[in-house]
Design a protein around this ligand. Structure first.
Ligand code: KG4
Ligand code: ZN
Length: 336
């Protein structure tokens, strides 16, 4: 069979990225232009700033993706782009670039859901056997997703309020950690102990949903109270206690879903999938199951936003004949 080579774009938030992916499995090139420094002084992503950065670099990194892969436009079979969810102005830059490239080259266009992309980062590491189940944890989403095949996804659990990554970023702010705080809190957590016993929400509920706002409030109240009575709290213990609460609920609900749905593969996806505590815990808990699925923990550099995962997901859509046309638009609240 002929190789399928996809040029992919991702610009939904604060990384502009391009990649060339062969047969949905092999990264021939991956360029990630991060804007994090420009947003840090605001403590979060500023949409207008994000759009301006995307447009500055997107043409250049298109050329770089092709040259790093040592291919030309003639070698590309389709152009893929994240069309949602995300920041509308940011998404529009990638969508416009991909549409322009498609129009100029005549190559087919594929619109990809960002969440489907995060999950398909797993496909760049190992073969996914279906049905598969994913815990998708990022700055904007916290979901348990059931996949009956590479393109049909069903959300069986979701957060009622904050996403897990968002909670990390918010408590990070209280501790004076730069945005995005997840990685630093994760490192601190490994130096501390779970001494605060923060709440684990919705553990008793008979569903697969999450809630992190109560944990966030408990954390903030603990810090404020200590400030008022001039008490020094150990930041490592605070981080460890917060992380233990997050990982406990994520692992508990996900294991319950695995027992109920018996998937052949378990996938961890999204920015928070880079969390060492969560990776170890999920792998360890699944190892103990009698009927255990194969576990795919994506490479660390593919957990955050990148175009390689979009190219991997796009290959599955290509195989299924799911193409977009030039009416493709950015959809900020796109649902799987
Ligand atoms: O997937 P992503 O790059 O962007 C979204 O689609 O949201 O996820 C970014 C999120 C941020 O909230 C960041 O703090 C979090 O992932 N994150 C982590 C870790 N690395 C990144 N959270 C916990 N532990 C980490 N090691
Ligand atoms: Zn993301």
């Amino acid at each position: 069979e002929k190789d399928v080579r996809i040029l992919a774009y991702e610009s939904s938030c604060d990384e502009t990225s391009t990649a060339v992916i062969k047969n949905g499995r092999e990264i021939e090139s991956l360029i990630v232009a991060t804007q994090i420094k420009s947003h840090q002084r605001f403590g979060g992503v500023v949409p207008e700033v994000a759009s301006r950065h995307h447009i500055e670099v997107i043409s250049q990194i298109t050329k770089e993706a092709l040259s790093e892969a040592e291919v030309s436009w003639q070698d590309i079979d389709a152009i893929a782009v994240t069309s949602g969810p995300g920041l509308v102005g940011a998404l529009l830059i990638g969508v416009s670039a991909a549409k322009a490239a498609s129009m100029a080259t005549g190559l087919p266009l594929i619109g990809v859901d960002h969440i489907m992309g995060h999950i398909m980062a797993a496909q760049l590491k190992d073969e996914i056997e279906y049905p598969a189940l994913a815990l998708q944890v990022s700055g904007g989403h916290t979901e348990i997703v059931l996949m009956k095949d590479p393109i049909h996804f069903e959300i069986i659990g979701d957060t009622r309020d904050d996403a897990a990554g968002e909670a990390y970023d918010k408590i990070g702010r209280v501790l004076g950690v730069n945005y995005p705080a997840g990685k630093t809190i994760d490192q601190w957590a490994h130096k501390g102990k779970d001494t605060f016993n923060f709440p684990r929400a919705m553990m008793e509920d008979d569903d697969y949903d999450f809630s992190f706002s109560g944990l966030k409030s408990a954390f903030i109240n603990t810090c404020h109270h200590a400030d008022q009575i001039h008490q020094e709290l150990d930041k490592y213990d605070l981080a460890a206690s917060f992380q233990a609460a997050v990982v406990d609920v994520l692992a508990y609900k996900t294991i319950r879903a695995i027992k109920a749905y018996k998937p052949k593969t378990f996938i961890l996806g999204g920015g928070v999938a880079a969390n060492q505590g969560l990776r170890e815990r999920m792998a360890g808990e699944i190892e103990k199951l009698a009927d255990k699925p194969k576990v795919i923990l994506p490479e660390l550099k593919l957990c955050g936003d990148n175009a390689a995962m979009i190219g991997a997901a796009a290959y599955n859509l290509y195989q299924a004949g799911k193409f977009a046309d030039l009416s493709l638009n950015a959809d900020p609240s796109m649902e799987l």
